[in-house]
Design a protein around this ligand. Structure first.
Ligand SMILES: *[C@@H]1O[C@H](CO)[C@@H](O)[C@H](O)[C@H]1NC(C)=O
Ligand SMILES: *[C@@H]1O[C@H](CO)[C@@H](O)[C@H](O)[C@H]1NC(C)=O
Ligand SMILES: *[C@@H]1O[C@H](CO)[C@@H](O)[C@H](O)[C@H]1NC(C)=O
Ligand SMILES: *[C@@H]1O[C@H](CO)[C@@H](O)[C@H](O)[C@H]1NC(C)=O
Ligand SMILES: *[C@@H]1O[C@H](CO)[C@@H](O)[C@H](O)[C@H]1NC(C)=O
Ligand SMILES: *[C@@H]1O[C@H](CO)[C@@H](O)[C@H](O)[C@H]1NC(C)=O
Ligand SMILES: *[C@@H]1O[C@H](CO)[C@@H](O)[C@H](O)[C@H]1NC(C)=O
Length: 699
């Protein structure tokens, strides 16, 4: 006789209920490696570590910055005179509430709590994404909405508490924090900042400048207090209210840990009542940029829309209903598009990726000229890395291609004003975000073939999306210069690294050559669109000659089944041929369908538990490239890639914001724990949706 797992589980949970053991939280659609709490920019990036080896409860552990250090955020609730904790790991303030459910959507993380069988709480973290609303997108702010209602039909006296610590204001916890308390008619705020502002500087990846605003609704039922964590939380847990006092002993963050608390008396609660909090960072200046006129500071774009910080704070707070409605619209769009493109497993992937992707970029500039800057989070902190923008860019093609132009513009501006000496495309605009100060010495990381191909492909993809031919004409000379480089170097690639630099350098990389050849054909299209017919015909001839030779050089014809190789002539090697995506994305028709079909037949033969290895050198894979590959694969291969990545999200033992580089056999860290977390490239998980957007446009 064979027991079904489901029957055993049902019997077990019945037994647990019978003895009164608390059931564990359910997770839907998955328990991801880390749950986004406040994720809005490179510096507002706080997560709850979850993963298969972790309970995934909001209470019992501290929220952390993406890099792992604690960003103190605590929640308490008092019901009929008894205090409980619902967020963080505060000591001696009552038992934890019971988390019964967690659910994530594209913009929200929602926890359901049962407080002693008496009241229910819905705790919603909403980090809004506004792809086409610059005024709102530019605010580096996030919402926390706590709804409370009776669970047993009786009314209960309820007071609600939440605080942040000063750990948000810099990664140097020996630095001195300063703070203030401000109110308007509708909003009350604790303002907290690093006393010594270090403009454009980071410690442990956190910003050392700007002001943090932790706010809630101002009302007669609100009390506040700043002070040592034990004092402020202790005051609430014993009395249900705070002293309306400010601690004026500005001190190091780790000295008697100053926290900034709000307590709201909800009175006698039966029906659902909600309390909204907001948390955000205001920096007047956000980026240093080596543009056409040399290095200049760029202002955060919100400063063009709001006269001052307080106005920004009040606007964001008062905008909650509109934000929630817009978030629901966006959630629903991603949900229906994802499910129809690739099923529920695909939605499991896209909906956990959107906040992480948009949380790596920041809008700066003014109403005349805007830029979008991107931080290559965790892998090395570079600014505007071209081969990171490339895997990221599908999410912009899907949500708003105009944002892609704002990412490319600074790269063009720097190179066209003669500030980069090499004839190929630069790798990045600066080694350390937020300093986009360029590489006037030309000594950036060299990925010449990769970046020339990326720039050509992305520039055309943007121009096709918005029919912006003048943009192509404006940048024609530099695009042609990069194409000439590709004509010399793409077919027989020299020994060099590709974007997958961690995998090592190699000559004659099949996938890299393909990107270069596609780049040449992209330029032929650019030439045709801009009326440069001689160039159009010359470069398309070259691209077609190259692609014919590439099919001989890069394919193991006698293998069973045949497949492209990692490098020319290395017939027992293989890899994900993700650069083929460019041919489909730009609708070039350069590469024969037989190549697509050959790869689709081959991939399932080398699949591991959690995906298809990146190439034969290692057992790890890359989630972004898997989704690029899935987007252009046959139905069977696509379903396999999607279901394996969704399985990784459900089962990975990693505990930080999603890594895009993981061991395809174990779902664990492939090299060092913590590498490759929270990176922008998960924007590439939207590759299927971007391709559908392109196809819809062509209809
Ligand atoms: C929590 O959300 C669920 C589903 O929307 C709803 O039925 C319930 O009433 C909410 N609870 C509270 C406390 O608002
Ligand atoms: C950026 O440059 C400034 C000097 O202009 C420096 O103080 C700061 O530390 C740099 N930031 C990073 C992250 O390296
Ligand atoms: C807007 O930004 C651009 C680019 O940084 C700058 O050249 C221009 O002077 C700015 N305009 C105003 C009104 O500040
Ligand atoms: C075609 O392009 C190649 C590479 O840039 C160049 O060397 C050649 O002169 C061009 N031919 C014509 C006819 O323009
Ligand atoms: C690269 O491939 C070409 C064409 O097959 C070959 O001539 C050359 O020797 C290869 N280079 C290396 C370093 O293997
Ligand atoms: C690799 O396979 C091709 C046919 O696909 C064959 O021409 C070539 O000789 C093989 N190379 C090696 C090193 O076996
Ligand atoms: C992949 O993992 C297997 C064990 O599962 C090991 O034998 C093999 O050496 C690994 N391959 C590489 C390229 O690391």
């Amino acid at each position: 006789m064979k027991f079904s797992t489901r029957a055993v589980c049902a019997a077990l949970s019945a037994a647990l209920l019978a003895v009164g053991v608390q059931s564990q939280s359910t997770f839907s659609p998955a328990k991801p490696p880390a749950i986004p709490l406040g994720v809005k920019s490179p510096y507002l990036s706080t997560w709850l570590q979850a993963g298969s080896s972790n309970p995934g409860n909001l209470v019992g552990q501290w929220p952390t910055f993406w890099a792992g250090q604690i960003t103190g955020w605590a929640g308490l609730i008092r019901v009929d005179g008894t205090s409980y904790a619902w967020m963080g790991s505060p000591a001696n303030v009552g038992d934890p509430v019971t988390q019964t459910d967690f659910e994530y959507t594209t913009t929200r993380s929602v926890f359901t709590m049962n407080v002693a069988g008496k009241v229910e709480m819905n705790v919603t973290f909403l980090s809004p994404i506004y792809p086409d609303d610059q005024r709102r997108q530019t605010l580096v702010f996030t919402y926390l909405d706590v709804a409370v209602q009776s669970l047993d039909g009786n009314s209960h006296a309820v007071q609600l508490y939440a605080d942040i610590s000063a750990e948000w204001v810099t990664g140097d916890h020996t630095a001195i924090a300063q703070w203030d308390y401000t109110t308007s008619d509708s909003v009350a705020s604790h303002k907290v900042w690093r006393q010594e502002q270090l403009q454009f500087s980071e410690t442990n990846q956190q910003a050392d400048w700007g002001n943090w605003y932790w706010s809630t609704g101002n009302s007669a039922s609100l009390t506040y207090q700043s002070g040592a964590d034990v004092d402020v939380r202790g005051a609430f847990s014993s009395s249900g209210k705070l002293g309306n006092t400010q601690d004026t002993n500005f001190r190091p963050i780790n000295q008697d840990w100053p926290v900034f608390g709000f307590a709201t008396d909800l009175g006698d609660v039966t029906g659902s009542i909600n309390t909204v909090y907001t948390l955000g960072l205001t920096q007047e200046e956000a980026i240093q940029f080596d543009g056409a006129t040399g290095v200049v500071p760029l202002t955060s774009l919100w400063t063009s829309y709001f006269p001052n910080e307080n106005d920004a704070v009040e606007f964001f707070y008062g905008d909650y209903d509109a934000a929630a409605a817009a978030a629901t619209t966006f959630d629903n769009k991603v949900a229906s598009d994802s499910v129809s493109a690739g099923g529920q497993d695909y939605l499991t992937i896209t909906s956990i990726s959107a906040r992480q992707a948009f949380g790596t970029v920041q809008l700066v500039g003014n109403l005349t000229k805007q830029y979008l800057f991107l931080k290559e989070i965790s892998s090395d902190g570079n600014v505007q890395t071209v081969d990171v923008i490339f895997p990221f860019h599908p999410i912009l093609l899907y949500t708003n291609p105009a944002l892609l132009k704002l990412l490319l513009d600074p790269l063009f501006e720097n190179q066209e004003s003669g500030q980069y000496p090499n004839k190929y495309s630069m790798h990045d605009l600066g080694s350390s975000y937020p300093n986009a100060t360029g590489h006037p010495d030309g000594n950036d990381e060299q990925q010449p073939l990769e970046e020339c191909g990326n720039m050509l492909i992305m520039t055309l993809a943007y121009a096709q999306a918005l029919n912006d031919v003048p943009y192509l004409a404006q940048h024609y000379n530099l695009l042609k210069q990069w194409t000439q480089y590709l004509v010399e170097e793409a077919l027989i690639p020299a020994n060099q690294i590709s974007t997958d630099d961690f995998a090592g350098s190699l000559a004659n990389q099949t996938n890299l050559a393909l990107k270069g050849i596609i780049g040449i054909e992209a330029f032929a299209v650019i030439a045709r669109l801009t009326g440069n017919m001689a160039d159009a015909s010359n470069y398309t001839d070259i691209a077609h000659t190259y692609i014919d030779q590439w099919q001989i050089l890069g394919v193991a014809q006698d293998a069973s089944p045949p497949h492209t190789t990692l490098g020319y002539g290395l017939n027992d090697t293989h890899g994900l041929l993700y650069n083929l995506y460019g041919d489909a994305e730009l609708q070039l028709g350069l590469v024969p369908q037989s190549v697509y079909d050959m790869q689709s037949t081959f991939y399932p033969t080398v699949a591991d538990e959690y995906g298809i290895p990146l190439d034969t050198r290692h057992n790890y894979t890359k989630s972004d490239w898997e989704m690029f590959t899935a987007a252009i694969a046959s139905q069977d291969a696509q379903t396999l890639l999607i279901s394996d990545l969704a399985k990784f999200i459900r089962e990975t033992p990693t505990n930080l914001a999603m890594t895009d580089l993981y061991d395809a056999q174990t779902g664990g860290w492939p090299i060092n724990a913590g590498d490759f977390t929270a990176r922008p490239v998960v924007g590439g998980h939207f590759a299927l949706l971007a391709l559908n957007t392109v196809k819809d446009r062509r209809k």
